[in-house]
Design a protein around this ligand. Sequence first.
Ligand code: MN
Length: 251
Amino acid sequence: MASTFRLSDAHFHLDLFEDAVAVATEAQRAGVLTIAVTTAPAFYARCVQLASGNDLVRVAAGLHPELVAERAGELPALLELIGATRWIGEVGLDFTDARADVRSRQVAVFSSIVSRCAEIGGRVVSVHSRRAARETIDIIGAGFPGTIILHWYSGPAGLVDRAVGNGCYFSVNLPMLTSESGRRIIQRIPRERVLTETDGPFTRTGNQKAQPGDVIHACDALARLWKMQPDAVRRVLVENVGKALGELPEQ
Ligand code: MN
């Protein structure tokens, strides 16, 4: 039986912290259900070690789009891991690099990851889509048999409706909530599809790298945006996590 949680960080890079064991222990203590994404299969086993003993910290197997150029050879290892764990991420597309060959390789890799997840079913997938929202949403398509969480979505607000129609969830963070364009996107997402994330260490709380417990600041900002009481917002978010992640089976 898993521990109960009161908050959730749906996208966090545990293995990029020097004191990762302490960070995982603190996430557990604070009751934060955390998806610890990884950026390549080569880092997966170590991250599982770092998180071990903390049943609220789930380690996801991933291959970050920006690493695809140098690590495409690890795709078979990821396809193998998709059979072994239901937590997948960070995967997706990043079209910041405009080169056609870089983009087409990312598309090929992400397409085979999505197909493998669909074939097995029940996977929870944290997806990056910077400057490639349309292509990412198209590859996922409608009726994906699992859970897609679009992480730090920054694409056109108009595409949110299509992603919602396809059943996607969105993990939102404090930088989104403190920017005009981010708030416009979040206002377009139905409340029952919103989850929270930190993407630590890539966001900060004050001058510190954000840790899972810092999602409380995103919850408070959502309360202001939605004009709701913070405790009511946290209840909505816990309910959303339950729907998105299912009954929280074992790793
Ligand atoms: Mn990330």
